[in-house]
Design a binder for this molecule. Structure first.
Ligand code: PMP
Length: 356
């Protein structure tokens, strides 16, 4: 007899991660191409000697460090096995069957999947013709069933970012019992001074008694720890308390905790790397625009090429040039900014494409 599983999951596509192709350059998962810092590797190696023990399930040391750095009480920080886990926990913490999760589309692929798995309903609001979040349309799409709204800033995969005034205006329109989750996975690559720091913005809301703004960040991108899985949420204390009720015990392993702390110790060095990536982003976008591609301005460590029906063809073309990009069929390709030589290889492929 076959095990009876949830029938609604049969048709649900699984999350499709960026591919790794042997011998090809991977610009498909928004990772940092440079390897981990020696100081972080050393800290992890040392911690490995105690891996027969369970980790601290509450990540107390890491939480304290983050709280200190962000200027919030420790009770306002929760960690997770990557921020994607926190996305799921936030939906679980706010939604029962049929409640709605609102998010821009296209945006982070996990939002619709996690929403469905939790049993909530998805409300997707298309991005504008300029590939930016349509906050007016998102505000208009809120219903009495809306429990959570994702504002992905900068947005994955379009790279566009919401500015301070826009965010403030939007949040003012959201009922204060609906959680607004500002997903800042790519925050460290923002160089537009008009793009808000979500935590600072959230503090202004909390100070006004509006507890419904939460911020997600991750060590996977700018901090180069994608393989270790650690992210965090900064939210009001009641939200963090509820998050702790839905968490999976020991989700953040001991090596990840140590690596995250060592990365905070090496923050200057890591942020220097981010600045180099931002400079490369400008170079890559400029070259692509010069080749005739439409490329929205990006505030993240990737660029978006809205190639529509030609997306898969472009994907195959890049693969033939040994560069792996991330294709979203019928919509566009997202290309991570890598090291200069990797970006050169991608630009050579792009040049060959536009010369066809
Ligand atoms: N949010 C966004 C917008 C992302 O793009 C990603 C990763 N692709 C995540 C969250 C999750 O990252 P992680 O789980 O590695 O922290």
């Amino acid at each position: 007899m076959t095990v009876r599983t949830r029938a609604d999951l049969d048709a649900l596509p699984s999350y499709v991660p960026g591919k790794t192709v042997p011998g090809a350059i991977k610009l498909a998962s928004n990772e940092v191409s440079a390897g981990p810092l020696p100081s972080v590797v050393r800290a992890v190696a040392e911690a490995a000697t105690a891996m027969n023990r369970y980790p601290d399930t509450g990540c107390a040391e890491l939480v304290d460090r983050l709280a200190d750095r962000l200027g919030v009480p420790a009770g306002q920080v929760a960690t997770g096995s990557g921020s994607v886990t926190l996305c799921q926990q936030l939906i679980q913490a706010t939604c029962a069957d049929g409640d709605e999760v609102l998010f821009p589309w296209r945006s982070f692929e996990a939002y619709p999947l996690l929403t469905h798995v939790v049993g909530a309903a998805q409300v997707r609001v298309p991005v504008t013709a300029g590939h930016a979040l349509d906050l007016d349309a998102m505000a208009a799409a809120i219903t009495p069933r809306t429990r959570l709204v994702f504002v992905c800033n900068p947005n994955n995969p379009t790279g566009t970012a919401v500015r301070s005034g826009e965010l403030e205006e939007f949040v003012a329109k959201v009922p204060d019992d609906v959680l607004v989750v500002v997903d800042e996975a790519y925050k460290e690559f923002v160089d537009d001074p008009h793009v808000p720091d979500g935590v600072e913005f959230a503090k202004t809301q909390w100070a006004r008694g509006r507890e419904n703004v939460a911020v997600l960040r991750t060590f996977s991108k700018a901090y180069g720890l994608a393989g270790l899985r650690v992210g965090y949420a900064v939210a009001s204390e009641p939200v963090v308390e509820t998050l702790r009720k839905v968490y999976v015990p020991f989700a953040v392993n001991s090596l990840a905790q140590v690596a995250a702390i060592a990365s905070l110790d090496a923050e200057d060095e890591l942020m220097e790397r981010c600045r180099a990536i931002v400079a490369e982003r400008g170079r890559v976008r400029g070259a692509l625009l010069g080749l005739g591609f439409d490329v929205p301005e990006s505030q993240a460590n990737f660029v978006w090429l809205p190639l529509g029906e030609r997306t898969l063809e472009f994907n195959d073309h890049c693969l033939a040039h040994k560069v792996v990009v991330r294709a979203f069929a019928g919509d566009g390709a997202r290309v991570t900014i890598g090291e200069p030589d990797e970006n050169d290889a991608f630009l050579a492929a792009a040049e060959a494409w536009s010369a066809q």
